[in-house]
Design a protein around this ligand. Structure first.
Ligand SMILES: N[C@@H](CCC(=O)N[C@@H](CS)C(=O)NCC(=O)O)C(=O)O
Length: 379
């Protein structure tokens, strides 16, 4: 036994990046082990029921899988210097909205900029993917394994809606997001002010491991949204950076009554970019649920996705994979909203109306998504 945590992951993994940043900031002592190692492939994957990263192994030999569950593991044990959940429950609803949009809604852009620019990205990807290849492979042996792993990810990019017909729209839409976030960060170091919340960690997942690290989108971010790039550095730093921006906005979070227009613009962008998709996923799921027998609802009974939903996205009819995990994150938004008292609810509802997000507060599946033994299932 050791008193250190072990993080199994990969530098290029969206959700590993989020966990690493949290652990660094909160000075949790850990060592990172590449997920391609023998212990991971034999012991850890068995414990968590599938090949998936990130996983942490605690000093007591317990395993925790899932980026959000890992953050909550540390939050509930008092590791967090400043809670990632805003004290004001109204702000918490918005923080969960950004957790959902960052962690799931931005995957189309993240996967497009990773897998559709081979000329710029491929050499980097081939090297960074060595983290998940078994140890001790020769260069010749690594090639087919990388092709297999990257082939699966290229298919995943298509399942998130990145197809030649949508490439240009993805780029325009992502540029708009970058410009809105850049403007928002002119006056504050983090999404809600002086320190990061679960909303920042949600956005950080795609904006660092893919969009702020792979060569093609990294250059785009540095050239067109330098403040967003600086935010990724701040998110990853163990020290609290007191730059001038931080001093201007103060060390705390802004209050719900003082929500800046720039945050509202980001919320309105999410409404446009993601509400059609998540609404289609809820509708698809409810139809799917009405046709299922009990055994298929058990955690682990199915793969990550339950089918493909079709919807209109910025003038294209597209299909994306419906993954119960997304609905689990959506529940975190709606649960936080439902837990508010009547007057707080009215205030949040009015803000969501103003930013065209109100339908999201009412999106519900007929059975809740639960997580049990590291797997998603249905209540
Ligand atoms: N909800 C999970 C998602 C984890 C996830 O999708 N991890 C990716 C790497 S970033 C993975 O392990 N993919 C392997 C696969 O799907 O086979 C979390 O937050 O931990």
């Amino acid at each position: 036994m050791t008193d250190q945590y072990t993080l199994y992951g990969m530098a290029a993994s969206l959700y590993t990046g989020k966990v690493c940043a949290y652990m660094r900031r909160n000075h949790v002592e850990f060592r990172e082990e590449k997920a391609g190692g023998e212990h991971f492939n034999t012991v850890v994957t068995k414990e968590v029921g599938r090949w998936i990263i990130p996983v942490i192994e605690t000093p007591d030999g317990e395993y925790v899988q899932d980026g959000t569950d890992i953050l909550d593991y540390f939050e509930t044990r008092g590791f967090s210097k400043q809670s990632i959940y805003p004290e004001d429950p109204k702000l918490e609803v918005i923080a969960h909205l950004f957790e959902l949009y960052g962690g799931e809604g931005m995957l189309r852009a993240a996967m497009h900029y990773r897998w559709n620019f081979d000329e710029t990205n491929l050499n980097f990807l081939q090297t960074t993917f060595e983290d998940v290849l078994p140890n001790d492979l020769s260069a010749e042996e690594r090639e087919p394994v990388f092709l297999h792993a990257s082939g699966r990810m290229r298919k995943a990019a298509i399942a998130f809606g990145a197809t030649p017909e949508t490439y240009e729209t993805i780029e325009t839409s992502y540029s708009k997001f970058l410009s809105l976030y850049e403007t928002h960060l002119e006056r504050r170091p983090f999404l809600f002010g002086g320190y990061p919340t679960i909303g920042d960690y949600g956005l950080f997942s795609p904006l660092y491991a893919h969009l702020g690290r792979d060569p093609k989108p990294l250059q785009l971010m540095q050239m067109t949204a330098p403040r967003v790039y600086r935010w990724t550095e701040r998110m990853n730093a163990p020290e609290i950076v007191h730059d001038e921006t931080a001093l201007k906005s103060g060390p705390g979070l802004f209050s719900f009554d003082a929500i800046p227009e720039t945050l509202k613009s980001l919320m309105a962008f999410i409404a446009e970019d993601y509400v059609p998709e998540i609404s289609a996923h809820v509708k698809f799921t409810n139809e799917w649920l009405s046709e299922q027998d009990a055994p298929t609802l058990k955690p682990g009974a199915l793969g990550r996705g339950i089918g493909m939903a079709t919807f209109e996205w910025r003038g294209h009819t597209i299909q994306t994979a419906v993954m119960p995990y997304r609905l689990y994150l959506l529940q975190r938004v709606t649960d936080a909203f439902e837990a508010l008292n009547a007057s707080d609810k009215a205030e949040v509802e009015s803000l969501f109306e103003e930013t065209n997000l109100a339908p999201l507060l009412r999106l519900k599946t007929t059975r809740r998504v639960i997580r049990e033994n590291h797997l998603e299932g249905w209540a």
